[in-house]
Write a protein that binds this ligand. Structure first.
Ligand SMILES: *Cc1c(COP(=O)(O)O)cnc(C)c1O
Length: 414
């Protein structure tokens, strides 16, 4: 027999961000939140409630990506009548949401991935966070969620990192992964833009992706499945882009490949490597090197690591910021690359390096690519990374960890 317990009210424990607003009129729902003159995110209204018991810090070597959360989180909500709530930093803990919230049904879910690093003086730093905020805003607009002042959010993220700074492991290559998340919380099953939203930021300490040297990954070129398409959402960091990758990824793993190489169209254009941007390095006739990556045509996620690789290559070649151990000039180029191009590079012996670029691992070398029943082999290098990948990796990490002075690295507190 079932046990029946009577609760008062709706049984939902309010957490301060629960949605209990009455249904909106059709007119109000049609409005774009940014057209309404409602309170924006206001860092001066921040309240901080510190956890009574701080968790013990795990040994850095034991960290598994995204599994350990720090003591606190940043949270605020948007209501169509009162605008953005006062932001709170409070102990990390569960959320309470209306089960009819749109995020559970239609996935107006947006996220970002960035990191905080400790510099040699022990101060937390962020790497090009303005680009994360810009991308977060664009993703938000793509699913018509309420927008917000991104620089106010960045100020609050810096504050959160400062509160939990003890979680950044004091070891080279270690950092604090930052996950800003925005969910549509409109209560109700109607298929419409979310009028309500919940914005929170989680922190998770993380180690180097390759703790014992870079190990080149194997890729399987996707056959039927595509990650993105013209006019679609592949160029935005939306939760809805990722779940459809899991089944093809599982198939690739069954066939002995680490990750997928996403292709698009009959011409088999290369898009991305798993959840990383794709780069290929080729030998030129003049002795220089080409650094190629697909253009941002809406099917490619505009990665901050991608942009940094292109800019560092340019700065190397102009002599403004030469890379430490790369003798050749590098010619960065954003152009379409097909599987036929890749086969040509391989057959003509001009294919030097293939790697993925993203915040988690910075640079991930690729060793072989399964395509049409056989493998394309990429040259191998001692230590796993080729000279271009190695130089870009070292420079980016040195900037992130404040060893190489650069405007891209910003302190969390002045
Ligand atoms: C986040 C992401 C990237 C990498 O972006 P970074 O800003 O460099 O971390 C690349 N591809 C996809 C699909 C992503 O989600």
């Amino acid at each position: 027999m079932a046990t029946i317990t009577h609760l008062n009210g709706n049984g939902v424990k309010p957490n301060g961000h629960g949605v209990h607003a009455p249904p909106l009129s059709k007119e109000a729902q049609a409005l774009d939140s940014s057209d309404l003159d409602l309170p924006d995110i206001d860092p001066s209204k921040l309240t901080i409630t510190l956890a009574n018991d701080l968790k013990p810090l795990p040994p850095p070597e034991s960290l598994v990506f995204g599994q350990t959360m720090t003591d606190h989180m940043l949270i605020m909500s948007f209501d169509p009548t009162t605008g953005w709530s006062a932001p709170e930093i409070k102990p990390f803990g569960p959320l309470s949401l209306d089960p009819a919230s749109s995020c559970f049904q239609y996935c107006p879910n947006v996220f970002e991935g960035m990191k905080a690093y400790l510099d040699p003086e022990g101060r937390p730093r962020l790497f090009r966070p303005d680009l994360n905020m810009d991308r977060f805003t664009k993703s938000t607009e793509r699913v018509a969620l309420p927008t917000f002042n991104a620089s106010a959010l960045l100020e609050l993220i810096k504050e959160l990192v400062s509160v939990d700074a003890r979680w950044i492991p004091k070891k080279r290559g270690y950092s604090l992964y930052i996950r800003p998340t925005l969910l549509g919380t409109r209560p109700g099953l109607g298929v419409a833009a979310s009028t309500h939203a919940l914005l929170y930021v989680l922190l998770s300490p993380t180690g180097p992706y390759f703790p014992s040297g870079f190990k080149p990954v194997s890729l399987l070129a996707s056959e039927d499945a595509v990650r993105s398409w013209p006019g679609g959402t592949g160029g935005f960091k939306l939760g809805l882009n990722y779940a459809p990758c899991f089944q093809p990824q599982r198939q690739a793993a069954k066939r002995g490949y680490d990750q997928l190489l996403w292709l698009l169209g009959e011409e088999r254009r290369i898009c991305e490597v798993g959840q990383m941007n794709f780069f290929v390095v080729t030998q030129r006739e003049d002795g220089d090197l080409d650094l190629l990556t697909p253009p941002l045509d809406g099917t490619i996620l505009p990665g901050i690591t991608r942009n940094s690789c292109l800019q560092l290559a340019e700065a190397h070649t102009t002599g403004r910021e030469p890379l430490d151990t790369l003798k050749e000039k590098l010619h960065p180029s954003e152009r379409a690359i097909t599987m036929a191009d890749l086969l040509n590079f391989s057959n003509s012996g001009t294919l030097l390096e293939v790697f993925g670029a993203a915040t988690a691992a910075v640079i991930t070398p690729v060793g072989r690519i399964g395509y049409n029943g056989s493998d394309i082999h990429i040259p191998t290098y001692e230590g796993g990374l080729g000279p271009v990948g190695r130089n870009l990796y070292e420079r980016i990490v040195d900037i992130q960890e404040g060893r190489y002075k650069h405007e891209w690295s910003v302190l969390c507190s002045e």
